[in-house]
Design a protein around this ligand. Structure first.
Ligand code: UDP
Length: 340
């Protein structure tokens, strides 16, 4: 089903947060398919370098702007066939450091975006990026879209981010119900791959950079916590399939890879595949994140809904992603912590 999709027309794509890790991969995905892509990004976590490969492509335009006050939003939304809304305050270090910005940007910019899309006569497909963080501290072995969500309000921690993403889901569903907007709501689980930076805490770019530099890999806690990593190229393909599938509209859908790995084993895997002489350094969570921290011990998506709606099956194994990152970055010095 996945490979049988044939594209007969080019689309106008608007990507908010398109200078970031997932957004810039999506931009490349659509430009490769011949679509026209407009990226808006304030480059607070994204980077010029992620967009540099597209600068000579006539189908590409970039606006450096904050979505909260970008004056051209209505105009660009009015001509878009599809909008991916990825602009958000992300990354554990940044989320913990800037809790006010988290709700301001993640909720405020989404409201503005949905309003602009709803006023567009073109009725664009709108993909609102949600996150596995909405599962909060649910310790169900398998995270299904239907499970009840439980949150504990705390001064610090991840609750603000998780609730901002859950609010985005509610905003999207409200705009669908009231304004007939065509919304897709992927819950993204730990995307990894080219252009991801470790600066804001993401684990794989940190481990790859540390292994290639020969310094110890910083395993937070005892490393027994698990995550399920999905190559960003698979994430992009899944997002495109979901947005193209009318049956997927208006409901949260897990997007990720079901393979689960302990962070300790991830560190060993990166060391093994890079042939690095690096050792492991165990860092207590409170020290790593600078405050008392409720870490998430386990996270694995159930992806049946995604498969039933789109036929999507991931193409990248974790080993192939790690090998690809090592090969791309071995000689580059991993510029600025960002993976090529
Ligand atoms: N982590 C780690 N060492 C690092 C960075 C992160 O052990 O240098 C851990 C982190 O505590 C978490 C896991 O790796 O348990 C995934 O972290 P990331 O920030 O990539 O994703 P998230 O926690 O949002 O799923």
């Amino acid at each position: 089903m996945q490979s049988a999709k044939i594209w007969l027309f080019t689309m106008n794509i608007l990507i908010t947060g398109g200078g970031g890790f997932i957004g810039s991969n999506l931009a490349g995905f659509h430009l490769n398919r011949g679509d026209r892509v407009v990226v808006v990004d304030d480059l607070s976590t994204g980077s010029d370098a992620n967009l540099a490969p597209f600068s000579t492509n006539p189908g590409f335009r970039f606006a450096k702007a904050d979505l909260l006050d970008w004056p051209h939003l209505a105009k660009e939304a009015a001509v878009a066939d599809r909008i991916y809304h990825l602009a958000a305050v992300v990354g554990m270090f940044r989320v913990l450091r800037e809790p006010v910005r988290v709700t301001q940007v993640n909720v405020g910019a989404t409201e503005r975006l949905l309003d602009a899309a709803a006023k567009s006569g073109r009725k664009p497909q709108v993909v609102i990026a949600s996150s596995s963080s909405v599962y909060g501290r649910c310790h169900a072995g398998e995270l299904r879209e239907e499970i009840e969500l439980v949150f504990a309000p705390r001064r610090g921690g991840l609750t603000g981010y998780a609730l901002s993403k859950l609010t985005n889901e509610i905003q999207a569903m409200a705009y669908q119900r009231i304004h007939g907007l065509n919304v897709t709501i992927p819950r993204l689980f730990n995307a990894v791959g080219p252009h991801q930076t470790g600066t804001y805490g993401f684990v794989l770019p940190r481990f790859v950079k540390q292994a290639l530099s020969g310094v110890p890999l910083t395993v937070f806690g005892d490393g027994m916590q698990t995550r399920s990593f999905c190559d960003v190229r698979d994430t992009c393909a899944a997002l495109d399939l979901l947005a193209s599938s009318p049956a997927a509209a208006g409901q949260p859908v897990n997007v990720g890879n079901t393979r689960e790995i302990r962070i300790l084993d991830l560190a060993k895997l990166v060391i093994g595949r890079s042939g690095s002489a690096s050792t492991l350094e165990f860092v207590p969570f409170d020290e790593a994140y600078g405050e008392k921290f409720d870490h998430i011990t386990q996270r694995r998506p159930v992806t049946e809904k995604l498969r039933e709606l789109t036929g999507f099956v991931p193409q990248w194994t974790l080993e192939s992603t790690i090998d690809d990152l090592i090969a791309r970055n071995r000689d580059s010095g991993v510029a600025g912590g960002r993976l090529l």
